[in-house]
Design a protein around this ligand. Structure first.
Ligand SMILES: *Cc1c(COP(=O)(O)O)cnc(C)c1O
Length: 369
């Protein structure tokens, strides 16, 4: 059996360190905003090459609170790609603002700046690029639009921990960024967690208040906020894992290279496209193929797990029919949804497993042609 993501394998490799970190939190019983939270925030900001990091309870919250801290609400519009996980869009709609979807670039699968430019109106307050699958969007083109039109950029970096764009880290490229530490992400907790990073001290302070009932000093509240704090336990676990992130990302990159090389002989497969300026972290390794569903079934029979990210675009989801989009509005996103397939990808994946996956794909297309 080749798993899509094999967390037990990763946990086993650092079990001792994790047990010790968890034990320290239990011994001190500092479960809420304990010192490990501050330590992790400092170290994660360092990784992202930003000045500030504020830990929250999940990635969706990180997006939401960053938007709220930027002043986004009723009457505002936020432009984001149609090809994303639902949380990007939910974060916008729960602030009361309107999500404005645009299609993606056919090669990178990330937001298309030309379409963003065309979608900007007087109500546009934020552009939210999503660094899908761990590869950063075309930030220079987006920043140009944002600066010209006086719009904020909030990076949805929930899949891009440690990725680089022209040498700069994901999270350091806009006004702020949101990360998710969902267990299967490149940096994952033992439950839900997330963070906002930014170079803007005021923005960070606002998010810090919003996540903690509007309070800096216990029982004194400056604004109406929520309880959306990161747990000390999760921060302590993340701190242990953070020390391994660069090595893990490096391994993902070399697995992707191996997939690329082995897959070149299968003409039906389109491997991921990586522009010169990108250094992705391959949260997912996504190929495009004809007869995707048949291939997926074939692999599943051979006990190879795969995924589809994502099978139904946002604008065709029941939850977002009220936005008024229809089938055909985002042709590239819609086409991708029928052709993309995410292959097993995690740092502990072994070379012989990659070979097994590729030879099964080869076998499928040899049988079918
Ligand atoms: C995972 C993810 C989120 C949300 O993260 P949660 O921690 O699950 O709330 C948002 N955007 C993208 C692109 C994601 O992959």
């Amino acid at each position: 059996m080749i798993r899509f993501v094999d967390l037990p394998r990763q946990i086993a490799s650092i079990r001792g360190e994790l047990d010790a970190a968890i034990d320290r939190v239990i011994s001190r019983a500092n479960f809420i905003l304990g010192e490990q939270v501050e330590i992790f925030e400092k170290d994660f900001a360092h990784l992202c090459e930003t000045k500030h990091c504020v830990g929250v309870d999940n990635g969706g919250t990180a997006l939401e609170l960053a938007l709220r801290a930027l002043g986004v609400g009723e009457g505002d519009a936020v432009i984001l790609p149609a090809n994303t996980f639902i949380a990007s869009v939910t974060a916008v709609s729960i602030t009361g603002a309107k999500p404005v979807l645009v299609d993606v670039d056919e090669k990178t699968y990330n937001i298309d700046p030309a379409l963003v430019k065309a979608a900007v109106t007087a109500n546009t307050k934020v552009i939210m690029p999503v660094h899908l699958y761990g590869q950063i969007a075309d930030m220079d083109s987006l920043l140009k639009i944002a600066i010209e039109r006086n719009i904020f950029i909030l990076e949805d970096a929930c899949q891009a921990h440690g990725a680089r764009y022209k040498g700069k880290r994901a999270g350091s490229l806009g006004d702020g960024a949101a990360f998710s530490f969902y267990p299967g992400k490149n940096l994952g907790a033992f439950g839900d967690a997330g963070a906002v990073v930014t170079n803007d001290g005021e923005l960070a302070e606002k998010v810090r208040l919003l996540r903690n009932y509007g309070s800096k000093e216990k029982y004194y509240h400056e604004l109406v906020g929520w309880n959306k704090r990161i747990d000390t336990l999760q921060a302590a676990i993340l701190e242990v894992k953070l020390a391994h992130l660069k090595e893990w990302n490096q391994k993902r990159l070399s697995h992707a290279k191996m997939y690329n090389e082995l897959l070149t002989v299968i003409e039906q497969v389109t491997p991921p496209y990586v522009p010169d300026w990108a250094k992705p972290v391959f949260h997912l390794y996504v190929i495009r193929v004809p007869r995707r569903d048949e291939l997926r079934e074939f692999l599943s029979e051979k006990e190879i797990e795969t995924g589809i990210h994502y099978p139904l675009p946002i604008h065709l989801q029941k939850a977002y029919l009220h936005l008024g989009y229809k089938k055909g509005d985002f042709p590239i996103t819609e086409k991708l949804a029928g052709e993309i397939l995410s292959l097993p990808m995690f740092p502990e994946l072994e070379a012989r497993e990659i070979e097994t996956v590729v030879s099964a794909i080869n076998q499928f297309f040899a049988l079918k042609s």
